[in-house]
Design a binder for this molecule. Structure first.
Ligand code: ASP
Length: 256
């Protein structure tokens, strides 16, 4: 339908506007709920700690460390190996050049806001043609969210353990599928990964209330996974540019 709408242009403007405005409404609704979230989270967490006691902190700390570790492996391991194999570029140099964008994503927790800076840095410091990055970076910021799906995978294990629910190998396969789909459907703005996490929990019958437990500590994880999300987009963009002869290695090798 999207392809047809784009093809029809002005003739289908009303329908296109409907979807676009509906998207805006959903974003506004999410933002309003997120503004109320701290109060809800406070109530949920107070109840949990009143019932379980201070020992509830230990599983939460383990969850946090698990997510951060997996994100670090993805960002500094998987991506950098792919970059080296497919483009031959030096991963350490790449990280140094791209670091300001990662820091920006970390502090804002939004992939969407990072788009202009990412395109600019890739063009000026890495040597990726804007012809490629102006398509792949906005696309990646919307649908390619490895960091988000990693968090969702770990959150499922955490919730299953917290509620004493046994997950079968088939459930884990379902989680891989739904977490990937949920991250594709996640908008590149703060905390939306938590909203789409409900879909992942529902797919394997986990109680959605479990999200309340992790909401309180999600901000720092959101910041970190956003940095991972946008690094994945940048690495893929560099690989695509290299394969299409749109990567200027001279720019990359300059010490800017
Ligand atoms: N904040 C993330 C991003 O913008 C999305 C999320 O996982 O909540 O990439």
């Amino acid at each position: 339908m999207g392809v047809i709408l784009a093809k029809m242009g002005e003739r289908a403007e009303t329908v296109a506007n409907f979807f676009s405005q509906f998207n805006d409404i959903m974003m506004e609704m999410t933002m309003m709920i997120m503004a109320l979230a701290p109060i809800g989270v406070f109530c949920l967490i107070s109840r949990t700690f009143a019932n379980i006691g201070f020992s509830a902190f230990i599983p939460l700390a383990k969850y946090m460390i698990g997510v951060l570790l997996a994100l670090a492996i993805q960002c500094f391991g998987v991506y950098q190996i792919l970059l080296k194999i497919f483009t031959g570029l030096n991963p350490i140099k790449f990280i140094k050049k791209f670091f300001p964008v990662m820091a920006f994503a970390f502090s804002t927790a939004t992939s969407n806001a990072t788009i202009p800076m990412s395109i600019d840095t890739l063009s000026k410091k890495v040597g990726v043609s804007k012809k490629i990055s102006s398509f792949t970076i906005p696309l990646g910021a919307t649908i390619n969210m490895d960091g988000t799906s990693i968090m969702q995978g770990v959150a499922v294990v955490f919730a299953a353990q917290a509620f004493g629910i046994h997950l079968s190998p088939m459930d884990y396969v379902t989680v891989i599928g739904t977490a990937t789909l949920a991250s594709v459907g996640t908008a590149g703005v703060p905390s939306v990964g938590l909203v789409t996490l409900t879909m992942v929990f529902n797919s394997v019958g986990l109680p959605v209330e479990a999200i309340g437990l992790i909401m309180g500590i999600d901000r720092i994880l959101d910041m970190t996974r956003t940095a991972v999300n946008i690094t994945g987009d940048a690495v893929c963009t560099t690989i695509v540019a290299h394969q299409n002869g749109a990567l200027d290695k001279k720019v990359f090798n300059e010490s800017n």
